[in-house]
Design a protein around this ligand. Sequence first.
Ligand code: SUG
Length: 446
Amino acid sequence: MMQAVELNLDGIVGPTHNYAGLAAGNLASMRNRGRKSYPRKAALQGLDKMRLLMELGVPQAVLPPHERPYLPFLRAVGFRGSDQAIIAKAAKENPLMLANSSSSSAMWAANAATVSPSADTRDGKVHFTPANLLSELHRSLEPSVNTRILRVLFPNTRYFAVHDPLPAAWALRDEGAANYLRLAASHGEPGLEIFTFDSAQPYQAQEYLHHFPARQSLGAGIAVRHRHLIREDQAIGIQRAGESIDAGAFHADLVTMGNLDVLIYHQQAFDRQSIAVMRKTCQRLIGAPPRFVEIIEENLSLKDAVQTYLFNSQLVTLPGGDMALIAPEECRSHPAAKAQIDLLQQQQLFNRVEFVDVRQSMLNGGGPACLRLRVVLTKKELAAMHQGVRLTPLLYKQLTHWVQKHYRESLAPADLADPALLRESRKALDELSALLQLGSIYDFQL
Ligand code: SUG
C-alpha cells in the first residue's frame, strides 16, 4: 500500500465576484440576485480558509480564477467590435449575457473536475475529468479553461491523465466532484468511488424534478468510471432523492459528506436501499464496517441543512490521523446545526471543529467544500505536480497582497458594464499567472 495525502485545491475568488442570480435551483444564488458584492473581502475569506488548512497540516494549493468578463463567449453569441464596444453593447442589449460572461463561478472548484486517485485505477495514474457544467449557462464557460489549467498543474503523463470534459450533451451533464464521494481505509488504499446522480433517465430532454434542474446525469458517472479505468468493484452509481433537489440541494455535497470510512448524510439524501448498497460495498472493499451516520429530519430539517450548509463542511484527515471538520460560520449560530456538530464530535467522528467565514461565497450558494477540489496523491505524485500553486506562508502573503492591490472593494450589478473592470481583471490575472509560474493560461494571453 502506498502512503497518500489529500491535497485541497481551492479556487481563488475572481475580481468580478458578483450576485447575478444565475443558478437555477440554488436558493442562495436566486435570493441574493442584485445584491452588492465585495470581491476583495470574498477573495480574502477564501485565502484565509486555505491558510487554516495549511496550518492544520493539510496540503493546500490554489486554482487561479478565470478571465471575466469572458470576451470569447460574448463574441460567440454575436457581439462584435473592440472589447470595450462589446461590453457596452452587451450591457445595453443583453445584460443577462454580460452577467453570464462575468461570473466568478470557477471559484467553486468542487465542480471543476472528478478525480480518481491512482490506488483506484488500472493504469496506476491519477485520472481527472473536468466537468462539462452544462446545466447553467454561466458555468458552461468554465470547462475548457479548467482543462487547460489542470494540464498545467498535473503535466507529467507518467503519473497523471487529464481527460477532456465529457461531450457537451444533456445526457452526459456533469458537475464534477460535488456529486462524488470516495470511501477508503486510508487515502492511499483502494477506495470506493461513489458517483451520485440526480436523474435516472439519461436520454430524455432537460429534466426538472418538480421545479429545479437535475444537474448530474447517470450517464456522466458511467462514462467517467470507464475512462478513469476504475476497477469494477471500486465504483458504484447512487441516485439522490429527488425531493432534496427541490428543497435546494442542487449538488450532493449539500446533503452528504464523507472522508475515509466516515459517511454523514441527511435522512432525505438517499433512499434506504442505496444506503444499504453503499454500506455493503464499502465494507467488502475496506474489510471493516464503515461509520455511517444519518442526520434525521427531526434533528436538522432539510431546509436548515440547505440554509446552514452543514454538509458542505470539509471533513479532512490531519497529519496525526485525527479528523477535523471545517464548517461554515453559519452553523455556529444555528442551534440545530451546532447541536449536530457537537453530537458528531462526541461520537468521535472528528476530534476538531473549525468554523470558517466564507460568507461572500455562501451568499451565492458556495460553502467551504464547494470551494475545494480534493486530489489524493502519493508523495511522488505530489512532487510531480506543478509546485507554483502550493500554498506556503510566503505564497499566502503574496496572494493577500495581490488581492489587496487589484480587487475592488465592492461591485454593484451596474458595475459589470464598466469597461475598466475588464482591464483591471486582465492586469490582475496576468500578474497572478506569473506569480504562480503558470505560463500563458488565459485566452487574452494566448
Ligand atoms: O453552480 N453558484 C454555484 C455554486 C456552486 C456550489 N458548489 C458546490 N455545491 N459544490 C452554482 O450554483 C451562483 C452565481 C450567481 O448567481 O451569480 C453560482 O453559480
